[in-house]
Design a protein around this ligand. Structure first.
Ligand code: HEM
Length: 182
């Protein structure tokens, strides 16, 4: 997993709970890099999962809820680092359709070892979009948070349902995004 993801998690925790809380999480996860992350390097996926578990414990919450909240925060961080992607799509649905063929494709092309999911998006009508998600990391709740973060960025109100899920033994996750009238 890209260092940028760890750096963003660190910023989120330090902003909300202070530097001591982040230091305690690093102690708990005990990563080989000792908690020093370079945004452009790759770090073990297992460390990201371990941090999520440790944050969930700290907040007395579930791993899925923590991952989803982090996804919202991560959207803003990614969008600040690479604003050209959202700028290229005037609507949320257009943006979500560009993830695989544009955004993740460019990342994959520039770094063959990137840990990216397979995302297939289908727009069924003006209000309904179906996203199929698959990844050995099973970070579908991160995808949920990223979608909600993107919806906020576009000023669009959406409802999300997570009908099929890798965590429940389905072969992929299905996220239905319903655009509500504002
Ligand atoms: C709503 C929009 C997006 C969704 C649903 C999405 C989904 C995801 C998910 C779920 C992951 C975690 C890896 C996995 O599940 O296997 C991921 C990784 C990543 N995504 Fe996206 N993404 C979105 C937008 C973006 C944008 C705008 C960027 C901008 C650069 C981006 C760049 C990345 C990067 C750098 C990683 C980490 C790659 C690595 O660790 O090697 N994504 N994405």
């Amino acid at each position: 997993m890209k260092g940028a993801v760890f750096v963003t998690l660190k910023t989120m925790i330090e902003e909300s709970h202070g530097p001591t809380a982040w230091a305690a999480l690093v102690d708990k996860v005990a990563p080989e890099c000792e908690g020093v992350y370079d945004a452009n390097e790759n770090y073990p996926d297992a460390d990201a999962i371990a941090y999520i578990g440790a944050v969930a414990e700290l907040l007395n919450s579930s791993a899925s809820a923590v991952t989803e909240i982090f996804g919202r925060y991560l959207f803003d961080a990614l969008n600040s680092m690479s604003p050209q992607y959202a700028a290229a799509s005037p609507t949320l649905f257009g943006f979500l359709q560009s993830i695989e063929p544009l955004i993740h494709r460019e990342i994959r092309n520039s770094n063959k070892s990137s840990s990216l999911p397979v995302i297939v998006v289908k727009v069924t009508d003006e209000q309904h979009l179906l996203m199929r998600y698959n990844s050995p990391r099973k970070l579908c709740f991160l995808a949920e948070g990223l979608i909600r973060g993107a919806a906020k960025h576009y000023g669009e109100t959406v409802e999300l349902s997570h009908d099929k899920c890798l965590h429940r033994g389905d072969i992929c996750c299905e996220l239905n995004v319903i655009k509500l009238a504002t």
